[in-house]
Ligand binder design. Sequence first.
Ligand code: NAD
Length: 266
Amino acid sequence: MAGRLDGKVAIVTGAGSGIGKAIAERFHREGAAVVVVDLKADRAEAVASELGDRAVPIAADVTRPEDNQRAVATAVQRFGKLDIFMGNAGVFDGFLSLPQYQTPDQLVEMFDRLFAVNVKGYLLGAYAAVPELLKTQGTLLFTASTAGFYTNQGGIIYTMSKHAVVGLIRELAYELAPKIRVNGIAPGGTFTDLRNAIPLGAEFGDPDKRSLFDMPGLDQFIIQSTPLRRVNRPEDHAAVAAFLASDDAAGLTGVIVHCDGGYGIR
Ligand code: NAD
């Protein structure tokens, strides 16, 4: 059976790990050529070499405009065009609440870091990709989060950053229609390396509260608060991303699919 993304060219950021890696693998399996972007060169290379043909790794920092431009230029040079840009690279705040910050400097450091990657990174990626996507009538996709809609899915700054991602998706969907479809996925709690991606030092804050992901029994906590009684896997999110990227979703723009086992039905 033909793949739904046969002949398409995709960029996936943060594709060296977790949800982005699963998306790169799924896009590739559905027939796309994939530019595998990650801050960590070894991760990008490992994923691209696992994919084999139709995959190229790029070590890039999505917070830098020139790195986003380089990713798009690589897609065009290597594969001739760009059809799908999937902004996914993100960092987390370890569920830190406002009072847990011991100094304003810590608050500013976390804010700058998370907004640089989670928000500016997506904006710069879209800016770099849109000229090529206009040529192919392509599609933009972003990984949001249940933290873009609900409380207690992250700390204060992560939640703010993912609310901004929801705004980015909805506004861009309006601005770029009818040529470019813009959609997103909103994963609920998913076991990935994101729990290790807290950008501040280990001594920062209260170590016992730094990451709920480190709590014993977290999987049971998620299962109990999720109507489908499961912890979604990166592959579950990748399946939704592949649908949104494909022509099967030709009628959808401005949609953010909640991949959360029904957490939000309340
Ligand atoms: P992860 O840490 O496993 O993967 C993130 C990848 O992004 C890493 O390989 C990292 O090196 C890369 N990265 C970080 N900063 C970067 C930068 N500046 N430039 C390029 N690459 C960079 O995390 P994940 O859970 O797979 O997260 C992927 C996305 O899913 C994020 O946007 C995250 O906010 C979102 N998300 C995750 C969960 C979850 O529970 N894991 C839930 C909702 C949303």
